[in-house]
Design a protein around this ligand. Structure first.
Ligand code: NAD
Length: 328
C-alpha cells in the first residue's frame, strides 16, 4: 500500500535531497510525498525540479507554525519526516527569534497535529550540536544535552518536545542527530559551498579564529541513507546519531577545498575573529545506528568533496542568484 509521507523543509538542502531520493530510482517506490515548505531564503523551488510532475509528489507552500494549515494537511498522512528549520548558526547569533519560532514552536505545532491526526511515525531531524562540544571521544545518544548557540538550543528544545509526545502520548517519534552535511544543492552561506563559490570566483575565504575547530563531515547521500533506515526500521522513542566518519579541523578542510579549486592559501585565506561561543569539536558515536540498523557511511570524503566541487563548477546558474539573495 502507498505510504503517504509529509516532508517539511523539502525545498532546502537536505530535505530536497531526501525527496529526490525517495521519488527517484533508488527510492522505495509506492510512496506519496507532500512537501510543506515556507520557502524562506534557504528554500529553493529549483531543488525540487527533478520531481515536479511526479505523480507521487505534491508541494504546499506554508509555515510549520501555521496550526490551521498543519492540522488540515496531517489527516491521511502515514508518516512525517521533519527537516524544516532555521539552520544557520551565524544567523542565530545575530538574532535567535526566528529560530525559536520555527524550530521550537513549529516542531510543537507539527508533532501535536501528527498525534491528533493519528500519524503512525514522526521522524525529527536534529543535529549533533545539541550535545555541546567534546575534546576527546564521541557522544552516545544518552549524553546530556548542552547546547551553546541559540540555533543548537532551539534544536535541543525541539528534540525534547518531539520526544515528549512519545513519553506522554505514545506517539512513535524517532530523532536523528547528524554531523555536518556536505554535498550539492547546499546553500552558499555554509562553509563548504561558501568557500567553493568564493574560490571558483577567485575570491577570498574567511577562516574563523585559528582554524582548529573540528567537525565530522557527512555526505548527504549517507545522511539520507541513515534517515531512511530510521524511518523504515528504527524504534519508537529512540534517538539515532548519524555521522560520516571524517573528522577535520577547519584548517584541514580549507586546505582540501583550496586544492580541489586550484587556489593558493596565502592569496585566498583571510583570518577573521572567531565565531562567538564557537564549539571546539563535535563527534558522534554511531554504534547504535550501525549495530541496530546496519548503517555504514559509503561516501569516502575525498570523492564526495571532488564531486561537490565539480557540481558547483557546473551549476553557476543555481548558486549565483542565491548569493545575491543572501547578500553574500
Ligand atoms: P536548509 O536551511 O537548507 O533548509 C531548511 C528548509 O526549511 C528550507 O527549505 C526553508 O524554506 C524551510 N523552512 C524554514 N522555516 C520554515 C517554516 N517556518 N515553515 C516551513 N518551512 C520552513 O536546512 P538543511 O541544511 O537542509 O537542514 C535540514 C535539517 O537538518 C534542519 O532541521 C537542520 O537543523 C538539520 N541539520 C542540518 C545539518 C547540516 O549540516 N546542514 C546538520 C545537522 C542537522
Amino acid at each position: 500500500m502507498t505510504q503517504r509521507i509529509l516532508v517539511t523543509g523539502g525545498a532546502g538542502f537536505i530535505g530536497s535531497h531526501y525527496v529526490r531520493t525517495l521519488l527517484g530510482p533508488e527510492g522505495p517506490g509506492d510512496v506519496h510525498v507532500t512537501v510543506l515548505d515556507k520557502l524562506t531564503y534557504a528554500g529553493n523551488p529549483a531543488n525540487l525540479d527533478e520531481v515536479r510532475g511526479h505523480p507521487g509528489f505534491d508541494f504546499v507552500r506554508g509555515d510549520i507554525t501555521d496550526g490551521e494549515l498543519v492540522a488540515a494537511l496531517m489527516p491521511g498522512q502515514d508518516q512525517v519526516v521533519h527537516f524544516a528549520a532555521e539552520s544557520h548558526v551565524d544567523r542565530s547569533i545575530d538574532g535567535g527569534g526566528e529560530f525559536v519560532r520555527t524550530n521550537v514552536l513549529g516542531t510543537h505545532t507539527l508533532v501535536d497535529a501528527a498525534y491528533r491526526a493519528g500519524v503512525t511515525t514522526f521522524v525529527h531531524v536534529s543535529t549533533d550540536e545539541v550535545y555541546g562540544s567534546i575534546d576527546e571521544g564521541s557522544w552516545p545518544e544518552t549524553h546530556p544535552l548542552d547546547p551553546h548557540s541559540p540555533y543548537s538550543a532551539s534544536k535541543a528544545s525541539s528534540d525534547l518536545l518531539a520526544l515528549s509526545y512519545h513519553g506522554t502520548h505514545g506517539l512513535d517519534v524517532r530523532v536523528t542527530r547528524c554531523s555536518n552535511n556536505y554535498g550539492h544543492h547546499h546553500f552558499p552561506e555554509k562553509v563548504v559551498p561558501l568557500f567553493i563559490t568564493r574560490l571558483l570566483d577567485g575570491g577570498k575565504v574567511p577562516l574563523y579564529g585559528d582554524g582548529s575547530n573540528i567537525r565530522d563531515w557527512l555526505h548527504i547521500d549517507d545522511h539520507v541513507q541513515g534517515i531512511e533506515l530510521v524511518r523504515t526500521k528504527g524504534r519508537a522513542g529512540e534517538i539515532y546519531n548519524i555521522g560520516g566518519g571524517t573528522e577535520l579541523s577547519n584548517r584541514d578542510l580549507t586546505r582540501l577545498l583550496l586544492e580541489e579549486c586550484g587556489a593558493d592559501w596565502d592569496a585566498s585565506v583571510v583570518h577573521v575573529p572567531d565565531r562567538k561561543g564557537h564549539d571546539r569539536r563535535y563527534s558522534v558515536d554511531c554504534t547504535k545506528i550501525r549495530e541496530e540498523l546496519g548503517y555504514v557511511p559509503r561516501k569516502d570524503f575525498a570523492t564526495g568533496l571532488a564531486e561537490t566541487v565539480r557540481w558547483y563548477r557546473q551549476h553557476r546558474d543555481w548558486w549565483e542568484p542565491l548569493r545575491a539573495k543572501a547578500a553574500l
